[in-house]
Write a protein that binds this ligand. Sequence first.
Ligand code: SAM
Length: 219
Amino acid sequence: MRGIVASVLGRNYVGVDLSARQIAANIEQGKLIVPGNQPTWIAGDSLTVVPEIGLEFDFLVGCPPYFDLEVYSNDKRDISSMSWEQFLAVYRKIIFESVKLLRQDRFACFVVGDIRDKKTGYYRNLPGETVKAFADCGMSLYNDAILVTAVGSLPIRVGHQFGSYRKLGKAHQNVLIFFKGNQKHIPQLFPEENEKEHAPANVEKVANEKKYRTRKAKS
Ligand SMILES: C[S@@+](CC[C@H](N)C(=O)[O-])C[C@H]1O[C@@H](n2cnc3c(N)ncnc32)[C@H](O)[C@@H]1O
């Protein structure tokens, strides 16, 4: 879906997934929905494919396995089938190799959900590990949004685990957005937005908002 949306928006998209079945289905969708600008989908292990891509990108988007929440295959290269330690090491390396392909002054977005350690019941903090992995590549967390997932069924799903163990049910995932570069350059990335802000009709509105904020700060 990410590839289709990117293509509809006129971008050139390159996506990687280990699942050849998933990639074949994506390619079929691309042919039907965006025949004039089909995304490039590569079936393979991101760990080895990403360093070979040899292109630069303006945006990085990813949705990794949430460790063992769903085991996608028994392929040894599938990070959802690894131990937590192996998963983290490979996950961090894939992020490192991907960030290398991202141009300076650009954003990355990773969607991740946290998972509990099946033995201890405590959260592993996958969003935190993701933030650390990006920070170690020089990309700081710039936005953190919440993707709300099925809320209506939560009272049914959570029953016993809250009743006995006071474990809350989960109805969200994290949408983590990172920035690589100098954030002072961000307005220059979106000149059309600046133009809107400085269009005659908006100048007065913006000035009034600034006056209001200054008055509020003083009071
Ligand atoms: C949460 S799904 C995301 C699916 C889809 N790529 C997307 O972004 O919507 C996680 C995917 O990671 C893939 N995966 C697991 N290990 C991988 C690896 N080493 N290299 C590339 N993809 C991997 C699985 O096949 C699975 O499709």
